[in-house]
Design a protein around this ligand. Structure first.
Ligand SMILES: *Cc1c(COP(=O)(O)O)cnc(C)c1O
Ligand code: SF4
Length: 355
């Protein structure tokens, strides 16, 4: 059996298996035994957890917490609202834009992230959707204005090579498609998934390119195996971007935030988005003030390190992603000139050209 399949089969999703890897605290044990929530991760990702520290950034993303019972700010039926699901469309198609859609092909994940905004669907299973691939493909075929399909989940890379190949082939038969994207945490939580078999499927030269975005939230999640998986994807002609989630106590300090983005570049992952943690129910404890993400980019990234390390900070809303970067750099503007400030607070002048 291929290693990635063994990883999935031996998923760390029982208290006994967990106890063989870390010293489980009474609080963690209580959440696991009383919340009745789906949880679990690959043995590989579990091996990155700190044995003794319950505040370990990986532990906090993997293990249920009693804090999930609190829901002061979360929106009920969040996903229905967020993905505009009142409109008539197959369950597998989420639409917020004219030219692109998210196509959900599975609700299975490698890692059941505690901060997941699709929690109701993926983790809690309160929301039942019909993930019918054929129905989704037919809808995309009929909608000629769609240029770009973002294949998501769950995690689409839990699907077999055959299924992935089939979805790509069927999408590429649709003439109006110009690109295919995958959103998958596999390079981070299951790098073994990038096998030579999958490479063969992905590396085919085609008019319609494939892009991948993964999700990495803390530098501890990046290993030599991550680097190797990303390099294999790049060899297939696939760019790998990152969509980090801003998580309180995990990556919301300057040092961690900078190290995360520099380390992503060291393994050839290009930061794409930084998402504000969404108001899905039961994840209040992960959320920071909205301004925090912009401040971190200002204080840790812009000017402090290469611009390649800078993600765009956005809130993903029901009407699309809204960028949230105030202009910190224009101090003054008059008819003649601007006064501009750099990351160190040094100012300079720049002529203002009338229209
Ligand atoms: C995020 C998202 C997209 C893709 O947005 P980009 O800004 O192009 O990356 C498309 N459709 C939906 C429903 C989304 O949530
Ligand atoms: S991999 Fe994505 S969909 Fe799955 S639990 Fe994590 S954030 Fe949610």
């Amino acid at each position: 059996m291929e290693e990635w399949k063994q990883q999935l089969q031996n998923s760390i999703n029982t208290l006994d298996r967990l106890k063989s890897i870390i010293n489980v605290t009474p609080e963690e044990e209580k959440a696991i035994t009383t919340l009745g929530t789906k949880w679990g991760t690959s043995p590989y990702f579990a091996s990155l957890m700190d044995r003794d520290d319950p505040n370990c950034p990986i532990r906090r993303q993997v293990l249920p917490s009693m804090a999930e019972k609190v829901n002061q700010y979360g929106i009920d039926d969040y996903l229905i609202w967020k993905e505009n699901r009142e409109d008539v469309r197959p369950d597998s198609i989420a639409r917020q834009y004219r030219d692109r859609v998210a196509f959900t092909v599975t609700q299975v994940c490698v890692n059941y992230c505690r901060h997941c905004f699709r929690k109701e669907l993926v983790v809690d299973g309160d929301l039942q959707l019909r993930m019918d691939v054929e129905e989704g493909l037919a809808w995309i075929r009929e909608h000629k204005e769609i240029r770009d399909v973002l294949i998501t989940g769950g995690d689409p890379f839990v699907l077999s090579d055959e299924k992935i190949e089939y979805i790509i082939r069927k999408l590429r038969e649709i003439n109006h498609l110009e690109m295919i994207r995958f959103g998958t945490r596999a390079p981070i939580v299951l790098p073994q998934r990038i096998t030579s078999g999958l490479q063969k499927i992905l590396e085919v030269y085609h008019r319609v390119p494939i892009w991948i975005n993964t999700q990495c939230n803390h530098p501890k999640e990046i290993t030599d195996q991550t680097a190797e998986a990303v390099f294999k994807l790049l060899k297939c002609g696939i760019n790998v971007g990152n969509q980090a989630v801003l998580l309180k106590g995990i990556n919301d300090d300057i040092e961690t935030f900078k190290e995360l983005h520099q380390k992503l570049l060291r393994v050839r992952i290009r930061p794409y988005y930084l998402f504000y943690c969404e108001p899905a129910p039961g994840i209040d404890h992960f959320r920071t003030p909205v301004e925090k993400g912009a401040e971190l980019i200002r204080d840790a990234i812009r000017g402090h390190t290469t611009g390649l390390a800078q993600p765009m900070y956005v809130i993903a809303t029901n009407i699309g992603k809204i960028p949230l970067m105030p202009d910190y750099y224009i101090c003054e503007k008059n008819e003649k000139e601007y006064t501009l400030k750099n990351y160190e607070g040094i100012t300079t002048r720049w002529p203002n050209i009338p229209e």
